[in-house]
Structure formats: structure tokens, C-alpha cells
Design a protein around this ligand. Structure first.
Ligand code: ACM
Length: 562
């Protein structure tokens, strides 16, 4: 099998030059050398993946050996290409891969795998293959330090194996953040030792709405599952080997119905009968929100102590989105709390929660992330905004000197349908095609260069109300995640000038990689019959996606929910 062309790589490298000649032919005698601190984990990864695909042992070799893949973490490269940058030189004597840091070396290994062709993505060798790296010099480094994907494991649980698989898929696209949305109205997915009912009660529901919440259909079987603390440790460590940070999200004070079902005292007990609350089986925004009491703060501090012990991430997401104030309005306790805090009304309690836990995290050396609703109040020290209701939250935050992660729903919510027409499974939201995602520009316009530096990067969000299993998740995520990865990594020109034809040509090679990986992507011509969900109602939005007017206030609870 011939190797891939250097120009097929996704995300596109910053610089790639092909050379003359045949390049380097790997064989059973090819060695694998690793030098420099942090090189060994990439050597382990290459030996595992390429060793499996080729059947070659890739035995440890001397750094100067001929017929070898030679890996080096080279601090001299850091100044030029950054810690996530790498340089790859392929000559007949072997492949020299140097990283500006351990992460750069790993991203370079992803490029090397792509250059070997799609069968390098299989887990066992096919007969009669040859493995050739084309003669190249590639110099590469990412545009953004935050290249993320959110996976909502609360609405539909993704068992641990699926998460590990997604970490491999993120790595293959040089994405380096997995934001795990661990708690929501429909399920609590992480074991908390001091509050066992969060998973005993909160991690499963008796039935599930099938389709958009206007659908009359139900899946009449229990749905549930959670990660034990050891599962989380495994996920975090598997991610770290791949230079991916797992950012946990514990969503509060809204999106808390599953927690309230487990511990009714967390809810507004003087306003509603929380003892009757069950884990939500339908979609949409739940009215059950946390009570603003000292006991609730203490409960969640306990939760977060366990979360911090499990996740080394410098960032911890605390939600803050879509928190209807109705129960607080009805609750004398909440009203008294708001008055005592000098708030104009109970709506301000949301910012008070964010302020409390943001400061609590900062005191422990972590930074709070929150959905852009947290801009309604003063931001706690070091807080980062996830700009989801458009670019506007990102623009406001960056101008005020706060860091932002750009994930506007109009552009990179991958639960939204990816084509018009009847065949899209459970179509919700705007039409966001592969080309649309390729033309996504993360940095809000109108910012100075200094302000724009607050855009840490971009994130694609995968909400799972209408994706009940890994195959449905694959369908929504792919191929669009490949376009997203290029937006987040490569130095692309302004959206209108991006070379879509060249990207689509490279996708020809990329589909074959996804095939080898077993990804159930949406084929370019539309879904396979078994990928459709005939008769299951979605909720498509008409017209091109609209961002809120720049002069309008940021609307609260604006997500046209599923
Ligand atoms: C969100 O989509 N509610 C962050």
C-alpha cells in the first residue's frame, strides 16, 4: 500500500514540503528511538498503535540508528514552534520527529500515522501491505491552545469504553481538551463517595423521551450508568498519555434535577415538594434548581473536593446556564437570602453561586469555567467564560480582560442537524454542514489583538438528547469534527477565503481513516438507511443561524432547547 500524500493531512500543517525520492520504507527491522524528557510516552503510543497496524515490533533503537523512527523532545524547538509544535523530516534512513515539548512530539506522531495511509488506523495488519512514509519536511504548531470537544454524558450515558475511544478520536485530530458534562437533570454520572445517592438514585431514569420533547414517543426502558472514581482515574490518565486535559463539569445551580431527586433537601423545599422529584425523563429546561442555603454550599463543596482529587485539570466547569428563577421567587428562604445579600431580586442568586464556587476554586489553585450567563455578575478571579449563545459573550468577556472558550451554538453545536431534508436523524437546530463548520471563525470580530489573546480557543459541543448511543454520537460528530479540528489547529485565512475544495479533497483520504477507525460518520451523500430515525420528531430551526444583535442584552435561558 502506498503511503498518503503529505498534502492529505488533517488538520493541515503550518508548513509541509515534499522532497524527491521514495521516502522511508518501514519494515520488521525498523527501530523506534526516544530521547529527551517526555518522549517515552509517545514511543509507547506509536509502538502500540503502529505496532498493531503493521505487525512490526518497532524495537527500541539507538537515537542515531539507521532504519528507525527517531523521536526527540527538543527544547531548542520550543522557542520556534512552541511546546505543542513539532518538526518531521523523512529521509531514506528514517523519520526524525522532534517536538518542542512532549505534547508536540505526540501531535507529530499523529501526523506520521496519517502519512502511512488509512490502514495505519487499523488494529491488526492486513496481508501484503507495505508501509512507506513520503519524503517530507513538516513544521507545525497549533493556532489555539484550547482545542476542545464537550461530550454530554448526562443526557445519554456513554460507558467508559466509549469515552476512551473518543479520547483516541480526539487525539487523532490533535484536539487537546475533553469537556465532560457529568451532571444534568437527566442523570448524575460520577461517583461521589460522601453522597452515594447521587449515583444510586441520580444516575438512572425509568424511561426516556425519544426525539425532541414535543415527540409523543418514549423509550420505555430504564437508562443509566455512571463512572466509578477508578473509571474516572483511568479516563484522566488515558487522556494525559494523549496530552488531553479532561475538564469536568458539575452544572449548578440549574440543571440539578437528578441531584435533587437523590437528595431532596438540595431543592427549594419551602416552595415545591422535592421529595416527589425523580430523575428527569424528558428534555427541556427543568424548573428544579438548587436552594441558596449554607447546607447546599457545603454539600457541593464536598462534591467538588472529590472532583478536584480526581481531575488535575487547572479548569473546572461549574455550568451556570439555563437556571430559571421561578422556584426561588416562590421560596421565602431564597427571597430572604437574596435580600440578605443585598440583591435586587432572586435572579442574582445565580451569580452569587458562581461567585462563591469560583472563589472556592481559586483558593484551591483552580480556575472556574462557566457558561456565558456568568457574565451577569462579577466574575470570580481567573474565571473563564464558555461563550455559547453566540460570539457576543466572548467579545464582552475578552474586552473586560477575561479568558474565553468559543463554542457558539450557531456554529459548533454538533447536535444540530448537518443537512436540510427529511433524512437527517431526529433533526434539531440549524443546518450546520461540514462546509459551515469549516468556515467557523472562533475569535469574535471587533477585538484588538490584545483582547483577542483572551480567546483561549474553540470547542465543539456534543449534547446528547437525541443521540442515544455511540453510533448516533459518531453520526453527529463526524465528519464535522475534522473541519472543526482544522479551524482550531491550522492558520486558516478569513472564512470567505478558506480553501474548501482542498479541504474536501483531503476529506477523501480522511473518510478512509475514519472507516479504518470504525467511525459511523455521516456519509457525504446522506445517512445510510440504518442511520435514519424515520418518524422520530426533531425540532429543526428555519433560516440561517442568527446571533443575538450586538446591542441587545445577552438573553437569559435562550437556548432553543430540545
Ligand atoms: C448550553 O447549551 N446550555 C450551555
Amino acid at each position: 500500500m502506498a503511503g498518503a500524500e503529505v498534502t492529505d493531512v488533517i488538520p493541515a500543517p503550518v508548513e509541509a514540503y515534499g522532497g524527491p525520492g521514495e521516502g522511508f520504507l518501514l519494515g520488521p527491522g525498523t527501530g523506534l528511538a526516544a530521547s529527551g524528557e517526555g518522549a517515552e510516552s509517545t514511543a509507547r503510543w506509536l509502538r502500540g498503535t503502529l505496532g498493531a497496524a503493521t505487525g512490526f515490533p518497532l524495537a527500541p533503537a539507538d537515537p542515531a540508528a539507521e532504519n528507525a523512527v527517531r523521536l526527540t523532545v527538543d527544547p531548542r524547538l520550543t522557542a520556534e514552534l512552541g511546546a505543542e509544535g513539532y518538526r518531521l523530516d523523512v529521509t531514506p534512513s528514517g523519520a526524525d520527529l522532534r517536538g518542542g515539548g512532549p505534547a508536540g512530539l505526540f501531535w507529530g506522531a499523529q501526523t506520521l500515522r496519517q502519512l502511512l495511509g488509512p490502514d495505519a488506523f487499523r488494529r491488526a495488519p492486513l496481508p501484503g501491505r507495505t508501509w512507506r512514509l513520503p519524503p517530507v519536511r513538516i513544521s507545525d504548531t497549533p493556532r489555539f491552545g484550547w482545542r476542545g470537544m464537550l461530550l454530554d454524558v448526562a443526557r445519554h450515558f456513554m460507558p467508559k469504553e466509549g469515552v476512551l475511544r473518543y479520547l483516541d478520536l480526539l487525539a487523532a485530530h490533535k484536539l487537546n481538551v475533553l469537556h465532560l458534562h457529568l451532571t444534568d437533570d437527566q442523570g448524575w454520572r460520577i461517583e461521589i463517595k460522601r453522597h452515594p445517592r447521587l449515583t444510586e438514585v441520580g444516575s438512572w431514569r425509568t424511561r426516556t423521551k425519544f426525539g425532541h420533547r414535543s415527540s409523543p414517543l418514549w423509550e420505555a426502558k430504564p437508562h443509566g450508568g455512571h463512572y466509578t472514581q477508578d473509571d474516572i482515574r483511568e479516563i484522566v490518565s488515558y487522556a494525559a498519555e494523549r496530552h488531553i486535559t479532561v475538564v469536568p463539569e458539575i452544572d449548578l445551580p440549574g440543571h440539578s434535577q437528578a441531584a435533587i431527586a437523590a437528595y431532596p433537601e438540595l431543592g427549594n423545599t419551602d416552595a415545591v415538594d422535592t421529595a416527589a422529584v425523580t430523575v428527569r425523563d424528558d428534555w427541556g429546561i427543568s424548573p428544579y434548581v438548587l436552594a441558596p442555603t449554607e447546607a447546599v454550599l457545603a454539600f457541593y463543596e464536598g462534591v467538588l473536593e472529590e472532583v478536584l482529587a480526581l481531575f488535575p485539570s487547572p479548569f473546572v466547569h461549574l455550568g451556570g446556564d439555563e437556571c430559571p428563577p421561578d422556584q426561588w421567587r416562590k421560596s421565602a428562604t431564597a427571597r430572604a437570602r437574596a435580600a440578605e445579600l443585598g440583591l435586587l431580586d432572586v435572579d442574582g442568586l445565580r451569580a452569587w453561586f458562581a461567585g462563591h464556587f469560583g472563589a472556592w476554586l481559586a483558593a484551591r489553585g483552580r480556575r472556574m469555567l462557566g457558561w456565558d450567563e456568568i457574565l451577569d455578575g462579577p466574575l470570580p478571579p481567573g474565571a473563564v467564560v464558555s461563550s455559547w449563545r453566540g460570539h457576543r459573550g466572548g467579545r464582552i468577556a475578552a474586552r473586560a480582560g477575561h479568558d474565553v472558550v468559543m463554542c457558539p451554538e450557531q456554529h459548533v453545536y454538533l447536535d444540530h442537524r448537518q443537512a436540510p431534508g427529511e433524512d437527517e436523524p431526529v433533526p434539531i437546530g440549524y443546518v450546520r454542514t461540514l462546509a459551515d463548520v469549516y468556515r467557523f471563525e472562533p475569535v469574535p470580530d471587533g477585538l484588538t489583538a490584545e483582547e483577542a489573546r483572551h480567546a483561549l480557543g474553540a470547542q465543539a459541543n456534543v449534547w446528547t438528547e437525541v443521540t442515544e448511543d455511540a453510533g448516533r454520537v459518531d453520526y453527529q460528530v463526524f465528519p464535522r469534527l475534522a473541519a472543526f479540528a482544522e479551524v482550531a489547529w491550522s492558520p486558516l485565512p478569513a472564512p470567505a477565503e478558506r480553501d474548501l475544495a482542498d479541504f474536501e479533497r483531503r476529506m477523501g483520504a480522511h473518510y478512509r481513516r475514519l472507516d479504518a477507525l470504525g467511525v459511523a460518520y455521516r456519509p457525504p451523500g446522506g445517512p445510510h438507511p440504518w442511520q435514519r430515525r424515520p418518524g422520530v420528531p426533531g425540532r429543526p430551526f428555519a433560516g440561517p443561524p442568527a446571533e443575538p444583535e450586538p446591542t441587545a442584552p445577552v438573553p437569559s435561558n435562550a437556548r432553543p432547547d430540545t
